[in-house]
Design a protein around this ligand. Structure first.
Ligand code: MN
Length: 307
């Protein structure tokens, strides 16, 4: 099932080219923030699934073109991002697992706009990623059982400003945390629809030109191992997002006027626009310097120079 928030952050099920509202099945009056609405859906989903399915089969439907899709997780409790987590053709020893937090306030949704900050940075990069949506509280959960805590998956763009903020070595999460730097969507795909999260093709276009085109089978630390690791440090809660990292071989710049599209097998398309008040420009191509460095294991990418 594909869960969305639409219009005034109403929960719904995306079914083909239509959205079926499901808000009447839930008591959402206590939801102070739109995020609380989707968390309520996530938490009660196992119990209400049969009712939701019956409702979708017989209920009202709104054509997708007549609604405004919102980010399905408008303000996750936290966004945990894997750092440099793909093999990328290297035969090196696996890097140790590492992660950083990205600001939950950075989330935007389908059709929204990434706004580049006026602060001077070397470049602004796109990173296309598979992200996990947590369904059940998870603290110190071993890999063998942690998948029971996964609610589903979502497409995620880890927009990244390189250098320019924090210490000169660039090792700051702040370049990842500008408002609008976390496009997410279009829907939460429930875990039962993803038999194996490690066989998904991830594609990303900028102005119709294919950039990222990689398979999650190339991942270094897979979902169970990585969630075990993260939950050994911090408790994960329903609606939290854990992004699995990107493949750096097709990273490129984002700049004013760009239209970016992310598509993961079976997830639908997430499209956003990019605006830069300063109209800075970079070569519209894959950044070969970062791709080569990561491929040759010359760097363990840090938070702002390349995860
Ligand atoms: Mn990333």
């Amino acid at each position: 099932m594909k869960l969305v928030l639409f219009d005034d952050f109403r929960p719904g099920v995306l079914d083909g080219d239509a959205v079926c509202p499901i808000d009447e099945l839930f008591d959402l009056k206590g939801a102070a923030h739109p995020q609380d609405r989707i968390v309520e859906v996530i938490v009660r989903f196992p119990e209400l699934r049969p009712a939701i399915e019956a409702h979708v089969a017989g209920g009202a439907r709104l054509p997708i073109g007549e609604v405004r899709l919102r980010p399905p997780l408008p303000r996750p409790g936290k966004i945990v991002c894997a750092r440099a987590n793909y093999r990328e053709g290297s035969d090196r020893e696996p890097w140790p697992m590492d992660a950083f937090l990205k600001s939950p306030e950075a989330v935007i949704g389908p059709g929204d706009t990434v706004v580049l900050p006026e602060r001077r940075h070397d470049v602004f990069h796109h990173e296309a990623e598979l992200a996990v949506v947590i369904g059940k509280e998870a603290s110190k959960v071993p890999a063998e059982s942690v998948m029971a805590h996964v609610f589903g998956y979502v497409g995620f763009m880890d927009v990244s400003a390189r250098k320019g903020i924090g210490r000169p070595d660039g090792a700051s999460f702040l370049g990842k945390s500008y408002d609008t730097f976390a496009p997410l969507g279009p829907a939460i795909v429930t875990a039962d629809e993803v038999a194996d999260p490690h066989v998904l093709q991830v594609r990303y276009w900028v102005n119709g030109e294919l950039r990222h085109d990689y398979n999650t089978s190339d991942i270094e630390h897979g979902v169970p191992e990585f969630l075990e690791f993260v939950s050994s440090v911090m408790t994960l809660y329903p609606g939290d997002v854990v992004a699995m990292g990107t493949n750096h071989q097709q990273i490129g710049p984002l700049q004013h006027g760009d239209h970016a599209v992310l598509e993961i097998d079976g997830f639908g398309r997430l499209e956003v626009d990019v605006v830069d008040p300063l109209r800075r420009t970079w070569a519209r191509q894959v950044d070969q310097e970062i791709a080569t460095k990561v491929r040759q294991s010359l760097v363990v990418p840090d938070a702002s120079s390349a995860p």
